[in-house]
Ligand binder design. Structure first.
Ligand SMILES: NC(=O)c1ccc[n+]([C@@H]2O[C@H](COP(=O)([O-])OP(=O)(O)OC[C@H]3O[C@@H](n4cnc5c(N)ncnc54)[C@H](OP(=O)(O)O)[C@@H]3O)[C@@H](O)[C@H]2O)c1
Length: 442
């Protein structure tokens, strides 16, 4: 059995550590002992490492004191969690039988892990309650029971050809792990920029908190043009899809998508069959006259830039373009910061990024914060049912919504084919836009 360990001080340093099957202690009450089954690796995982201290992602699965030195030192080494599925191998919770598959936030490890769970709402949701995870944001402590069929266990038995329904189910699981259930893009489109502001007032991108203001006008895109930077990130793809399908009354006047994957993103927009005019441009054309003219042609009073993790100077080029054109100068500009470029940032770069947030008045987005507010305001069952419905619909058309996207199925922790190899490539920005890294861990 192996576990992937990452240096907290320099995320480029990492190791696949072989761990002996430890003699298992007796499982505590209200607990399950699980093994990670299927997980993804995306730029998101780099964020979990980069901000792991500040936002407590390192707390989820601390390194064991039994690991060999230096990896047993939790002040220097940690396990970057990942989204996907795990199987229950032992349980003291009668409602969660052995063999049940859970969806949630897992260690990049093939070893057994214990979770302490209490029943949550709605039914089928479970909340992690371990002391060491109390500062983790609620989104990351929520686990749900995944529908279990035989095909899920077939994940481990490649030798036996899968039936068509089993293959389809396995593929949907892989895409769900890769896109993290489409959650972040959906919540941003539907709750921060509400499609139904009368009954669902928009929620601040960090979640409603004292001192934060997000008015009906802030959440209204109907007089805005939206610009997605790093439009081929998985998160942006789902956001673009939902924004493009908003009812006319809340849809934006246009959607500009800035990406290195221009033809695929343009194809995806066409496939949505939207009435929202959209354009995909490469990074080299962001500041061009053509881009400026297209933006101006939308006759918007507001430009909402959503940055999903664009490369170095792109945002600045875009802002210069807007400033330089008389036909755009009167537009109100709002910048929503979702993510960061696919690379490992130095300490100075992290500080510079924070300074830019303040300087440009960017509004940070936090999926967990918005979900927390939504759960306070809405019927919880309806909230999750709606999300599930929209995600299943997105999955039904996944090849059209993300044309060319390929699941690259790796295996286990060690080697180029395992999490270790994927992490190395992520750290160097080598994962291509249409390459979806997913790992079978059992
Ligand atoms: N705030 C929140 O609540 C929240 C929620 C979800 C995700 N996020 C963040 O959003 C970001 C995107 O996450 P994701 O998992 O959706 O990303 P992803 O799919 O793994 O991102 C891949 C994309 O990154 C872009 N990219 C930018 N710089 C790159 C480089 N140097 N090398 C290769 N690709 C590069 C490329 O898109 P283009 O060619 O189109 O630029 C590429 O297609 C992450 O920073 C993540 O943490 C934040």
């Amino acid at each position: 059995m192996s576990v992937h360990i990452v240096s907290k001080h320099d995320n480029r340093q990492h190791a696949a550590l072989k761990v002996p099957a430890a003699a298992q202690s007796e499982l505590s009450e209200s607990s399950v002992r699980v093994r990670t089954l299927l997980i993804s690796l995306t730029s998101n995982n780099l964020t979990y490492a980069r901000m792991g201290q500040f936002l407590h992602w390192w707390d989820a699965y601390p390194v064991s004191k039994d690991y060999p030195a230096p990896y047993n030192d939790s002040s220097s080494w940690g396990i970057v969690p990942s989204w996907g599925y795990a199987t229950i191998e032992e349980t003291t919770i009668p409602e969660l039988a052995k063999g049940t598959v859970l969806w949630g936030f897992w260690p990049t490890s093939s070893a057994l892990t214990d979770l302490k769970l209490k029943s949550g709402a709605p039914s089928g949701h479970w909340i992690e309650t371990s002391d060491h995870r109390q500062q983790l944001m609620p989104l990351y402590n929520r686990y749900t029971v995944a529908p279990t069929t035989n095909s899920i266990t077939d994940l481990t038995t490649e030798a036996n050809p899968l039936s068509e329904p089993a293959r389809e189910e396995r593929d949907r699981m892989a895409w769900t792990a890769l896109f993290i259930g489409g959650k972040a893009g959906f919540i941003l489109s539907e709750y921060v920029f509400s499609s139904d502001p009368e009954s669902r007032p928009p929620i601040h991108p960090l979640g409603n908190q004292p001192g934060l203001h997000w008015t009906l006008s802030d959440g209204d895109l109907s007089s805005a043009v939206v610009i997605n930077l790093a439009a081929s990130t998985k998160t942006a793809r789902v956001f673009s899809y939902h924004v493009s399908r908003k009812p006319d009354s809340s849809a934006p006047l246009g959607l500009l998508q800035v990406t290195s994957s221009v033809s695929r993103i343009a194809e995806a927009s066409q496939n949505v069959g939207t009435s929202v005019p959209s354009k995909a441009v490469g990074y080299e054309n962001v500041g061009s006259d053509e881009t400026g003219k297209w933006l101006a042609s939308r006759k918007a009073s507001k430009i909402v830039i959503v940055d999903f993790g664009s490369r170095a100077s792109v945002l600045q080029e875009l802002l210069s373009l807007i400033k330089s054109r008389p036909d755009l100068q009167s537009c109100k500009v709002v910048i929503v910061q979702v993510g960061n470029e696919q690379k490992v940032y130095s300490g100075e770069e992290i500080l510079a990024g924070r300074a830019k947030i303040a300087e440009l008045g960017k509004v940070q987005y936090n999926t967990s914060g918005v979900q927390d507010t939504a759960l306070e305001l809405m019927d919880q069952e309806a909230y999750f049912t709606t999300q599930k419905k929209f995600w299943e619909q997105w999955l039904d058309r996944r090849q059209l919504n993300a044309p060319g996207m390929e699941i690259v199925m790796g295996s286990g922790v060690s080697g180029t084919d395992g999490v270790e190899g994927g992490w190395e490539r992520l750290c160097h920005g080598e994962v291509r836009p249409e390459e979806g890294l997913v790992y079978k861990m059992q």
